[in-house]
Each structure stands twice: as structure tokens, then as C-alpha cells.
Design a protein around this ligand. Structure first.
Ligand code: NAD
Length: 276
């Protein structure tokens, strides 16, 4: 698919990986709708260890991308809510007349021992990470079908391999990989391609949860970022974290790769194969 002139929705776009994806698509000449919780974030934020992106962050992202010469507008969404997803898709189509690409990037994490995870945490992680992909895809598919569109789902290498203290997140990302394959199979007849990206270690606010709860203890006395870098060096074959831009490049590739559907592309420095 040629990206220039297409309309793309990126969820979780206020910051981190989603922001880099929104900026990369805008740079390629797409009309970008950057979507995030914004002022809707007040409620779910309360039980999270790290802050989700506020309205100002979403507005700033859209403004900065636009100032850089790209076409980018900001629309609030809570991907766990059907009506909110439909509203986002309707507004995007109203603004640009079409929808070609959906990047389901919004996600949350909360670590904890399986014995201690409360039901509301499990439910919220699944509501955002897995059900959010379902709801956004369901809202977008009628439009994507018209143009032979593309869906890209942000899974994780945690969806390919479980790890301790991370069961809800890992299970939700495995669900994203399964959903990606099912959607790809079902939508192939409409020439809609569906793929997932599995990042390994990207230094974003989401990583604070890991850092505070696990990694800082392993690397005492180090700053967040230094502890993160040391952890990655010790555990990942290529020894370095992924930049948000590297994940965005994978998203651009998956849009252009007209003969690729149903894959879960690891961008993790070889993290999936481990050191041995
Ligand atoms: P991040 O916390 O910086 O960004 C996530 C964004 O999603 C935030 O802006 C947040 O406000 C938004 N969001 C949360 N709940 C939402 C909801 N209900 N509706 C709409 N938006 C919502 O984290 P990130 O690292 O940029 O994560 C982006 C994606 O990449 C996530 O799906 C994450 O699971 C995945 N991922 C990240 C890493 C990593 O190392 N950072 C690794 C693998 C996968």
C-alpha cells in the first residue's frame, strides 16, 4: 500500500511508541488521527502505578506533528468502550472521507504475583489490550473493506513467551496475536491485511512499572534509564533497547508489504530467542 494520502488512526498515540508511529505516518504524507484517553483518563488512571497520557499530552503530540509539516488531528478515545471506538472512527471518516489504516497500539501493564492480582486489574488489562483491539477493529472494518485497508496490532514479545509476575499482560498480548491471525484469515477475502508487531524493550512510561517493581532492585543506585539499559544489555542478544522509531518503521513496512498478512513481527533485538 502506498501510504501518502491515506488516512490512519493510531490509538495510544499521545506518547511513546504510538506517538512515534503517528509521526512516521505523517512524515510519509498520511492524514493521521492521533487517539488517546486524554481527559477520559481520570478514572482508569487511579489504580495504575504510572500515569496514563493526559489530554495535554495528546493535544501537544498532534500539534507538534502538525508543526513538523504533517497532517495530524487529536481525538479522544477509550478503546475499552464500544461507543468511544465508534465515535473515533466516525469522526476520522468525517474529517478525511476515508479510513485506510488502523494501528491498535493503546496498551497498559501492571505487574503482580498471580496470587495477588485483583480481578479488576485483570479485567482492565484485557479490556484495553485485547478487547480494545476487537472493538476498534469492529468499528473500522466496514471502512477498511472499501479500500483494501490494513490493521496493525501492537502485541509484544510478552505475547509469545510468558514471564513471572506478568501473567495478565502476557495473556492479553497472546490474545492479540490470536486475534491478529483470526482477523487476517477472515478479512483476506476483502483484501484487508492484518499483522501484529511484537516489541521487546522500548523505554517509555509503561516501562516504569517494570523498573520500579523489578529492575531497579536488580540494579541498585542506577537511574531508571541506566537500569533499563543495563537490564537490556544483560538479557537481550543484540544488547540494546528498541527506539520508538524502530517500531514505527516496522509499522510502515507492514503497510507496504502487500503480500504479508497474519504475522507477528518481533522487533526485539533477538530477545525472543534468549541469550543461550
Ligand atoms: P505508553 O504507556 O507510553 O503509551 C501507551 C498509551 O496508551 C498512553 O498514551 C496511554 O494513555 C494510552 N492508553 C492507555 N489506555 C488507553 C485506553 N483505554 N484508550 C486509549 N488509549 C489508552 O506505552 P508504550 O510503551 O508506548 O506502549 C505502546 C504499546 O506497545 C502498548 O500496547 C504496549 O503494550 C506495547 N509494547 C510496549 C513495549 C515497551 O517496551 N514499551 C514492549 C512491547 C509492547
Amino acid at each position: 500500500m502506498e501510504i501518502s494520502g491515506k488516512t490512519v488512526i493510531v490509538t495510544g498515540a499521545a506518547r511513546g511508541i504510538g506517538r512515534a508511529i503517528a509521526a512516521a505516518f505523517a512524515q510519509e504524507g498520511a492524514n493521521v488521527v492521533a487517539a488517546d484517553l486524554g481527559s477520559l483518563s481520570a478514572d482508569p488512571q487511579s489504580e495504575w502505578h504510572y500515569s496514563l497520557a493526559p489530554e495535554s499530552e495528546l493535544a501537544r503530540t498532534a500539534r507538534e506533528i502538525s508543526q513538523g509539516g504533517g497532517a495530524c488531528s487529536a481525538i479522544e478515545v477509550d478503546v475499552s468502550k464500544r461507543a468511544s471506538c465508534r465515535n473515533l472512527v466516525d469522526k476520522a471518516v468525517e474529517a478525511y472521507g476515508r479510513l485506510d489504516i488502523l494501528v491498535n497500539n493503546a496498551g497498559i501493564i501492571k505487574l503482580g504475583r498471580i496470587a495477588d492480582i485483583v480481578e479488576s486489574t485483570w479485567d482492565r488489562i484485557f479490556a484495553v489490550n485485547a478487547k480494545g483491539v476487537f472493538l476498534m477493529s469492529q468499528a473500522a472494518i466496514p471502512h477498511l473493506r472499501k479500500n483494501g485497508g490494513v490493521i496493525i496490532n501492537m502485541a509484544s514479545n510478552a505475547g509469545k513467551r510468558g514471564s513471572k509476575f506478568n501473567s495478565a499482560y502476557c495473556a492479553s498480548k497472546s490474545a492479540v496475536i490470536g486475534l491478529t491471525q483470526s482477523l487476517a484469515a477472515e478479512l483476506a477475502a476483502d483484501a484487508v491485511r492484518v499483522n501484529a508487531i511484537c516489541p521487546g524493550n522500548v523505554f517509555t512510561p509503561m516501562q516504569y512499572d517494570y523498573l520500579v517493581r523489578r529492575r531497579l532492585q536488580q540494579y541498585p543506585g542506577q537511574s531508571f534509564e541506566d537500569a533499563f539499559d543495563a537490564f537490556v544489555k544483560d538479557t537481550v542478544p543484540l544488547g540494546r533497547k528498541q527506539a520508538p522509531r524502530e517500531i514505527a518503521e516496522a509499522a510502515l513496512y507492514l503497510c507496504r508489504a502487500d503480500n504479508v498478512s497474519g504475522i507477528s513481527l518481533s522487533v526485539d533485538g533477538g530477545g525472543g530467542i534468549g541469550l543461550s
